[in-house]
Ligand binder design. Structure first.
Ligand code: SF4
Length: 369
């Protein structure tokens, strides 16, 4: 039996997806862009991106027999109307920790994949056994490009996917299938126009040109993907962001239309939306593991967590509590943590003049929002 898009949309609503669409798997145009990005070295230490070769841009090389991709989105926006103002307020408070809004709650990888499995069961009940595999940020899949081709939105100048009436604060999931489904008639048109707000808002200048991000400068990469030391010149601009960064999305006018999620799975856990840097820096490895069980943050491990917090503390206003917290970890077993703690202490203790200079640049950025 042929599967109609209206049927998929009905199931998507019932299962709590934000939107759904079908794409063909011809990514030949995007493949050239991906190769150019890799050749420029913009992927930094994410060697796996180059290692996967053409599997990413040729879905049938990853899953033989694939002819269509069903693309879905799941909203994660905090369920309150003034969430953007609240996010800016946290970013402007140097004592508090900022965690990217997508990571405040439950690990999205599992949520999205589980929901896609339920979608696959519905499809199976309609068409019988079929070949498929589900993904969410877990395999070499050009998720955003496929979602664009499925008509779910356009790639903004920050390279994320934007849907008119929904913004960009959603996860994208993929179901590769051997079912020959009718793809979206045409991809969504670009509605960025002359706007450059995301480019102007990026604290580290990672959007090096419209539609081109140098991951090596991106705070999400620096605080999550990068395993070693964060380059010193970029540390001041990280401010109080300890896991990911949302600035390009907070600045984007389309996110005024962001919608709350259908469930509360992504609501903040462990007080992460109101925690202070000192409080989080005090967590032992066991507390980190226990409090962040089921959170995507746990993937970076306690060492990188402390590394990121040390940078944020070095960017804070200092004071006795901050200095005591940093000194308590100056003999940490990890050389990575020790080095970042030493940097923070140097910054707070010995060069307040330079720090004030940096802060005035940093604060001017926040005042402009
Ligand atoms: S901030 Fe402006 S340029 Fe950037 S993605 Fe949004 S609309 Fe496009």
């Amino acid at each position: 039996m042929e599967l109609r898009i209206e049927q998929l949309q009905q199931w998507a609503r019932e299962l709590g997806f934000g939107s759904i669409g079908v794409a063909d798997i011809d990514l030949s145009q995007a493949e050239a862009g991906l190769q150019a990005w890799l050749q420029a070295g913009f992927h930094g230490e994410m060697d796996y991106m180059a290692r996967h070769g053409t599997k990413r841009s040729r879905p049938a090389e990853l899953v033989p027999g694939t002819v269509s991709a069903i693309m879905v989105t799941i909203d994660y926006t905090p369920g309150e109307s003034r969430w953007i103002d609240r996010a800016w307020a946290t970013l402007a408070d140097p004592e508090r920790a900022y965690v990217s809004r997508y990571a405040l709650g439950r690990d999205y990888h599992k949520v999205v994949r589980a929901r896609l499995q339920r979608l696959a069961s519905r499809i199976e009940s309609e068409v019988g056994a079929f070949g498929y595999r589900v993904f969410c940020d877990s395999a070499p899949v050009m998720e955003l490009e496929l979602a664009r081709r499925a008509g779910l939105g356009w790639r903004g100048k920050h390279t994320l996917l934007i849907e008119a009436g929904r913004g960009s604060t959603f996860f994208v999931g993929t179901l590769y299938t051997d079912l020959p489904l009718a793809p979206a008639a045409q991809p969504c048109a670009d509605h960025c126009g002359r706007c450059t707000r995301c480019i102007d808002a990026c604290p580290t200048g990672a959007i090096v040109a419209p539609y081109r991000v140098d991951a090596r400068r991106c705070i999400s990469y620096l605080t999550i993907e990068l395993k070693g030391a964060i380059p010193e010149p970029l540390r001041p601009a990280i401010g109080n962001r300890i896991y990911g960064c949302d600035d390009c999305q907070l600045a984007c006018p389309w996110n005024r239309f962001a919608r709350p999620p259908a469930t509360d799975e992504f609501a903040a856990r462990a007080g992460l939306d109101a925690a202070t840097l000192v409080e989080l820096f005090g967590w032992s490895e066991r507390e980190f593991d226990e409090r962040l069980a089921g959170s995507p943050i746990r993937r970076i491990g306690h060492e990188r967590w402390l590394r990121n917090l040390a940078v944020a503390l070095g960017n804070s206003a200092g004071g006795p509590q901050v200095l005591a917290a940093l000194r308590a970890r100056s003999d940490d077993a990890s050389a990575l943590v020790r080095e970042h703690v030493a940097w923070a202490l140097r910054r707070l203790e010995s060069d307040p003049g330079a720090r004030e200079g940096l802060d005035s640049v940093h604060n001017a950025h926040w005042r402009s929002h």
